[in-house]
Design a protein around this ligand. Structure first.
Ligand SMILES: Cc1cc2nc3c(=O)[nH]c(=O)nc-3n(C[C@H](O)[C@H](O)[C@H](O)COP(=O)(O)OP(=O)(O)OC[C@H]3O[C@@H](n4cnc5c(N)ncnc54)[C@H](O)[C@@H]3O)c2cc1C
Ligand SMILES: NC(=O)c1ccc[n+]([C@@H]2O[C@H](COP(=O)([O-])OP(=O)(O)OC[C@H]3O[C@@H](n4cnc5c(N)ncnc54)[C@H](OP(=O)(O)O)[C@@H]3O)[C@@H](O)[C@H]2O)c1
Length: 427
């Protein structure tokens, strides 16, 4: 029977374990977080992901409501019906990063406030104006009616929010740069005085979205629980410490023992272990990319799979970021892991990445693949997965004796699409 729990109806789980995996002195924060599935009836397989529904920090919610000058109990219309402003900003909308839609909507406020002729006057500048060979000096008394004769409108300085909005709305790159690292406390600091009501504000926000995490456990090995490996996103923006929405929630607001953490399963149809337990598997998963491979190794051990297992892992330093070091070393010792290659990118003078070690072992990788082996990649999509992909093609050229085009076709068509043995879980 299908479980009743879903993204729309998440299960309230208890976080039973939540600790930092990194070694002392590491500049990364990668957490191991365990969720109890209790009597939910939720099931999963190695390769699946877990959806986590975050809650925004109450400090941020309070500060944004303060910046709006609104009452937290004001009722607002939302996609979830009529709710208090506080609930809307806590659980229904994303406020930790400002969006384009909100900034663009400021234009309507400016228009509806009467256009440029009625902009608020912040100050008039003292001006020195050359008139023929004579200099004309004037200083403002502070009275609205005080203009030097003949120069009245020239030295009116309009509300900087208006000129800021004009520069942002006419230049997409400037808008993108402005939004990078800004939340609504920052943006309301610039525009909040333009008469934005609680409802105006909520109408422009993005709906709060759950985030997915590759499950780092096998249900046969860790029954009744789901384990995650979470890279916490922390940065500074506009002089304040900020976090990613969900990673900040998992790191700072759900200590061990917290219940009511809303989760759901996101099953995969493609990122699965070979049904034939005798098949070899190669796993490439630097950083948090190790997560599903911890699950795979647990599953291969639980299944007593006869196929060989090869893991390529890497991160900054062995001392700081060798995630699950003891477990990985135990798998080498008990023979679950046949081969282990570790790429530390910030230890020596040169970067060592997983694909460099793949290239070094190209002939053996080719042997495993030629023998029907599976090739898995998990982790960073934008750089690592692309480089690993081209390295795999190069290995087929160099060690499989293929022409470049044939190698590309073999990797992208035969392995990936026809035989489904080159599988990726990248983000
Ligand atoms: C299938 C799948 C599996 C995944 N598995 C994992 C996993 O196992 N482990 C894992 O850790 N993640 C995983 N992810 C990523 C995860 O879903 C989230 O995207 C990630 O944790 C960030 O979520 P967040 O809510 O904390 O950050 P968000 O609130 O979404 O914020 C991230 C954003 O913050 C902004 N940002 C980041 N750094 C800065 C900076 N220095 N200055 C300004 N802005 C910045 C960027 O706009 C960035 O896009 C997976 C994703 C997918 C799709
Ligand atoms: N979509 C999202 O919202 C989101 C959110 C969080 C994380 N992510 C992605 O998830 C990734 C995982 O983060 P993480 O901290 O666990 O690990 P990571 O940043 O991927 O870093 C892991 C290792 O990969 C190395 N690396 C960098 N570029 C590489 C390349 N081109 N090829 C191979 N290796 C490379 C890093 O080295 P150096 O750092 O020394 O170069 C580091 O040693 C992030 O890179 C990020 O792109 C996405």
């Amino acid at each position: 029977m299908a479980s009743e729990w879903s993204a729309k109806n998440p299960y309230s789980s208890t976080v039973t374990v939540n600790y930092v995996l990194n070694g002392e002195g590491s500049r990364k924060e990668t957490r191991h977080v365990v969720f109890d599935l209790g009597d939910s009836g939720l099931t999963y397989k190695a390769g699946d992901a877990l959806g986590v529904v975050p809650v925004t920090s109450s400090e941020l919610v309070d500060d944004v409501i303060g910046a709006l000058g609104a009452n937290p109990d004001t009722l607002v219309e939302t996609h979830a019906g009529e709710v208090s402003l506080r609930d809307a900003l806590s659980i229904h909308y994303e406020i930790h990063q400002a969006n384009k839609k909100f900034v663009m909507s400021i234009g309507e406020k400016i228009q509806s406030s009467g256009g440029s002729s009625e902009f608020r006057i912040i100050k008039r500048e003292r001006k020195s104006v050359a008139s023929g060979s004579q200099k004309f000096q004037w200083s403002w008394s502070g009275e609205d009616s005080d203009f030097p004769e003949g120069f009245a409108p020239i030295n009116v300085i309009i509300d900087p929010a208006i000129s800021l909005w004009e520069s942002l709305s006419s230049d997409p790159k400037a808008l993108e740069d402005y939004l990078w690292g800004r939340d609504y406390i920052d943006v309301l600091g610039d525009f909040g005085h333009l008469g934005i009501t609680a409802q105006d504000f909520v109408d422009q926000l993005d709906k709060l979205k759950p985030r997915l995490y590759s499950i780092a456990s096998s249900p046969d090995f860790e029954p009744g629980t789901v384990h995650l490996t979470v890279g916490i996103v922390r940065y500074e923006g506009q002089g304040r410490a900020k976090t990613g929405l969900t990673t900040g929630y998992l790191a700072d607001r759900v200590p061990e023992g917290t219940d009511n953490v809303r989760v759901f399963m996101s099953p995969t149809r493609s990122f699965v272990l070979p049904e034939d337990l005798s098949k070899d598997i190669i796993m490439v998963g630097p950083g948090t990319g190790i997560a599903p491979f911890r699950a795979f190794l647990q599953q291969r051990k639980a299944d007593n799979a006869s196929g060989r297992n090869w893991l390529f892992f890497g991160d900054w330093t062995e001392a700081g970021e060798f995630l699950y070091r003891d477990e990985v070393q135990a798998y080498v010792e008990d023979g679950t892991l046949d081969k282990l290659d570790l790429a530390w990118s910030r230890e020596g003078s040169e970067k060592v990445y997983v694909q460099h070690l793949m290239a070094k072992h190209g002939s053996e990788i080719w042997e495993w693949i030629d023998n029907g082996g599976y090739f898995y990649v998990c982790g960073d999509k934008s750089r690592m997965a692309k480089d690993v992909h081209s390295t795999l093609i190069n290995i087929c050229v160099e060690h499989g004796g293929m022409a470049e085009e044939d190698a590309k076709d073999f990797v992208e068509q035969t392995m990936m699409k026809d035989e489904k043995r080159y599988l990726r879980d990248v983000y």
